[in-house]
Design a protein around this ligand. Structure first.
Ligand SMILES: Cc1cc2nc3c(=O)[nH]c(=O)nc-3n(C[C@H](O)[C@H](O)[C@H](O)COP(=O)(O)OP(=O)(O)OC[C@H]3O[C@@H](n4cnc5c(N)ncnc54)[C@H](O)[C@@H]3O)c2cc1C
Length: 409
């Protein structure tokens, strides 16, 4: 498509899961949407294991059939190991009603499909458009930047920032706030996994903990077609002396986890190892006059429970109703109708992430309380992404409830 049009109702910055889902939903409602993406798809991005809760948002956007037809690896649960202790969860064994399966997705293909569906619904989609400036005036905004061909300038009524780590509006409006989580590093690659001769269950993500250092954990996420994503998360101090380059460091750490070393003994890397540091980030507020922040552009916690895409989808889902009302001329209470409901689930994941790293959640996962099947189901629900379920005490009572359960384990 050529240059972006000069006028529309809503400009969305970034065509990742948050931006594409919001664009699809708004286009379905008949809103004129321009979706601007800095890169050219397909592009590599990390974040490949979805949670069943995300299916509800995809279903509402009418996207299940097309994704089911795309041949992604099914995901029905998670396995945990620290080399001596093992635990397995199945999403069907959950407390909250709803989807119990999802997919593990190479994001190149998944994000391209979502963006194409947003375009098919009527979104004006432009790749290689880098948004550099946004100016707000009463009731309008001007979004400008440059594409591979020329500069662009778009007048709109509302700006949705779904730029992920680009964090366009947080930078321009000084909304960035440091995360409460310490800086950690992630190293990862894709492999031809050759797992066929092993006991590995391809329908489950494996989350493995370093046998001696509970702060270091690994993921093994199988895709379709005998490929998998492999990665490790560790505080920077544990990476020193592990190797000259990212490949060496990643493989050195994998070799320190016996289960993973065994599973991956015949695996072959099929892309250079990537490395991200300091990915956790926050903001002072998620909305303001004429804008809202979705997904990672708002807050990113931590990869350990694969919550990123689910939160991105939830934020896009929550955006639609208040934004439609605002475009119709209503005054909207964005804190009440968008930010607060979104934060409820994010705070539940935050509690789980904190408890993972301080060891209490690892204690519960590896030694679940005996006899209490309901508590197990409630934990499985949160791990399946149902972090907005007000019936679940792990959501409503947070850390206090988790500590009570951990004390019983
Ligand atoms: C190590 C690691 C592992 C992870 N694993 C998982 C996982 O297993 N499961 C999971 O759910 N999540 C995971 N995540 C998190 C997940 O990657 C993100 O939460 C998710 O991609 C957020 O989606 P988004 O749409 O907000 O942003 P993104 O997916 O980052 O999309 C943002 C888009 O905006 C574009 N953009 C940026 N700047 C501009 C600009 N100036 N103009 C125009 N476009 C712009 C970017 O090119 C990009 O395409 C992981 C994260 C890390 C760091």
């Amino acid at each position: 498509m050529g240059r972006p049009s000069e006028n529309c109702d809503v400009v969305i910055i970034g065509a990742g899961p948050a931006g594409a889902l919001a664009a699809k939903r708004l286009a379905d409602e008949g809103v004129s949407v321009i979706l601007l993406e800095k890169s050219r798809f397909p592009r590599f991005v990390i974040g490949e294991s979805l949670l069943p809760q995300s299916m509800a948002f995809l279903e509402r956007a009418g996207l299940i059939d097309v994704l089911d037809g795309a041949g992604f690896q099914q995901k029905t649960g998670a396995n945990f190991s620290d080399g001596t202790r093992y635990s397995s969860i199945d999403f069907s064994d959950k407390f909250t009603k709803g989807w119990a399966r999802t997919w593990q997705v190479p994001r190149e293909k998944f994000d391209s499909l979502l963006a194409a569906e947003a375009e098919r619904a009527g979104t004006e989609l432009h790749f290689e458009c880098d948004v550099e400036s946004v100016e707000f005036a009463a009731g309008t905004a001007v979004v400008s930047g440059h594409s591979s061909a020329a500069e662009f300038r778009i007048n709109c009524r509302f700006v949705v920032d779904a730029s992920g780590y680009g964090r366009v509006l947080p930078r321009l409006l000084d909304l960035d706030r440091p995360s409460d989580f310490p800086v950690r590093e992630a190293l990862f690659t894709h492999v031809e996994d050759n797992l066929a001769g092993t006991d590995f269950d391809r329908n489950k993500i494996l989350i493995a903990v370093h046998p001696e250092i509970q702060d270091i954990w690994y993921w093994l996420i199988p895709f379709a077609a005998a490929r998998a994503s492999v990665g490790v998360v560790a505080p920077a101090r544990y990476l020193a002396g592990k190797g000259e380059n990212n490949e060496d460091i990643l493989h050195c750490l994998i070799d320190e986890m016996p289960d993973l070393k065994r599973l991956l003994r015949d695996a072959k890397d099929c892309r250079p190892a990537g490395r991200i540091t300091g990915y956790s980030a926050g903001v002072s507020r998620l909305t303001g006059p004429g804008f809202a922040l979705l997904g990672n552009a708002g807050e990113f916690l931590d990869p350990v429970f694969s919550s990123g895409v689910t939160i991105a989808f939830k934020s896009a889902d929550l955006l639609i109703d208040p934004l439609m009302r605002e475009l119709a001329g209503e005054t909207v209470d964005w804190e009440k109708d968008f930010s607060n409901p979104l934060k409820r689930g994010v705070d539940c994941f935050r509690t789980f992430v904190e408890a993972w790293y301080d060891g209490s959640l690892q204690k519960i996962i590896f030694n679940p309380p005996e006899g209490d099947n309901m508590i197990r189901k409630m934990i499985v629900s949160v791990l399946a992404g149902y972090a907005w379920d007000d019936e679940n005490p792990f959501v409503t009572r947070g850390r206090h409830y988790l500590d009570v359960v951990a004390a019983q384990c």
